[in-house]
Design a protein around this ligand. Structure first.
Ligand SMILES: CC(C)(COP(=O)(O)OP(=O)(O)OC[C@H]1O[C@@H](n2cnc3c(N)ncnc32)[C@H](O)[C@@H]1OP(=O)(O)O)[C@@H](O)C(=O)NCCC(=O)NCCS
Length: 347
């Protein structure tokens, strides 16, 4: 039996920090409004010259280094994003080339904020059926270039960033134990960039109307998110015949602290089991789950043998949940611990 083990992780956050007060200088909003509605204190915006491809390469390279995998040993690259550098070509090919990977399969997966969980489940399928041994899964978003600063209820919520994991074949039972993928196209208009595609081509009028930036019906999305976050978690646990007691870490999509707290309360998950970094990054869409996951590894919160519950929702509308068992021993974590010990010994 083949399993898909997460063996490396990395994240990249642009250095430019944008606080709520910074936003209040360019739009009619306040730190108090943003914090109380969303829990967000600040977010990162990419610098000029940074793109979805360059950020993906940063997090992807780090994940490969941690896993001890050379770029040319990767069999498949999956990049989850809704803000690629171009409508076409897919950004995944730019990432493959910039990373120095071979002429392997590379695919962009566009499933809104849910994209990384879809991509991780896809990676596991390739590994389990024996068609890939090593898959690099990246979630990246450069959403600040798709916002309009006079759409304050949407613009204050998002940020840029990237997270990545390396998934490798192993015979040790681990990886995605169970998953749920869902979509409901009836809610398409609730999170949408209306123009710039085939249905509504680019025109001056579309640009002036802000139809080439993200438009969101916040109240409808909030209702959808609170409902689906809990139900996706419940369904995946039921499929796996597990309960929240079995979950070591809940790593939800970081859209809004209130939505995360609602789901955590519904399932009786104590704060130590819930990973939350939305206060520092805002909603980084498809990057949010891998960014939170990578930080959980870096902080020592994700430990070998842990069961992680990843849950995401977003445009489509879509949702996904995955229960991920970490391998009983992770060389990349041992290496982090060794370097910590070395630093302590030196200081
Ligand atoms: C967007 C969201 C934070 C708005 O919070 P809310 O409590 O529902 O706020 P409302 O929409 O009721 O707006 C309340 C008021 O604040 C105003 N407002 C909106 N954005 C504002 C801002 N940035 N600053 C100050 N006031 C703002 C509105 O104009 C409205 O004023 P009015 O009552 O005078 O019309 C909330 O609906 C939400 O989090 N939705 C989910 C979004 C999400 O998760 N998206 C990602 C999906 S992947």
């Amino acid at each position: 039996m083949r399993y898909a083990s997460i063996t490396g992780w990395g994240h990249y956050a642009p250095s430019r920090v944008v606080t709520n007060d910074d936003l209040a200088e360019v739009m009619d909003t306040s730190d108090e409004w943003i914090r109380s509605r969303s829990g967000i204190r600040e977010r990162r915006f990419a610098e000029d010259g940074e793109t979805t491809a360059t950020m993906s390469v940063q997090s992807g390279r780090l994940a490969l280094e941690r896993a001890g995998v050379a770029p040319d040993a990767v069999d498949l690259i999956l990049v989850a994003t809704s803000s690629p550098d171009h409508l076409t070509p897919p950004v995944s090919s730019q990432v493959q080339e910039k990373l120095g990977a071979g002429p392997i399969g590379a695919m962009q997966i566009t499933v809104g904020c849910t994209g990384f969980v879809y991509a991780l489940v896809t990676a596991q399928q390739f590994i389990q059926n024996g068609t890939a041994d090593t898959v690099l899964v990246i979630g990246t978003e450069l959403i600040s270039r798709w916002l309009r600063w006079d759409h304050r209820s949407t613009a204050v919520l998002f940020g840029d960033g990237s997270g990545a994991v390396v998934v490798e074949a192993t015979e040790t039972p681990c990886g995605v134990v169970e998953h749920v993928l869902g979509s409901d196209g009836a809610g398409a208009e609730h999170i949408i960039v209306p123009a710039g595609g085939g249905a509504q081509p680019t025109t001056h009028e579309a640009l002036d109307a802000g139809d080439m930036t993200v438009k969101m019906n916040g109240r409808e999305v909030f209702k959808f998110a609170t409902r689906v976050m809990g139900s996706a978690l419940g369904t995946v646990l039921e499929k796996a015949e597990m309960t929240t007691d079995d979950v070591d870490l809940f790593i939800p999509h970081q859209a809004n602290a209130r939505i995360i707290e609602y789901a955590a309360n519904e399932y009786g998950l104590s704060p130590e089991k819930v990973v939350m970094n939305v206060d520092r990054y805002g909603n980084t869409s498809a990057a949010s789950v891998p960014l939170a996951l990578a930080e959980a590894f870096d902080d020592g919160r994700a430990q070998p043998g842990d069961l992680l519950a990843l849950v995401a929702f977003g445009a489509g509308l879509t949702w996904a949940a995955a229960l991920v068992q970490l391998a009983p021993s992770l060389a990349a974590l041992d290496a982090v611990e060794r370097s910590d010990t070395a630093v302590t010994a030196l200081s």
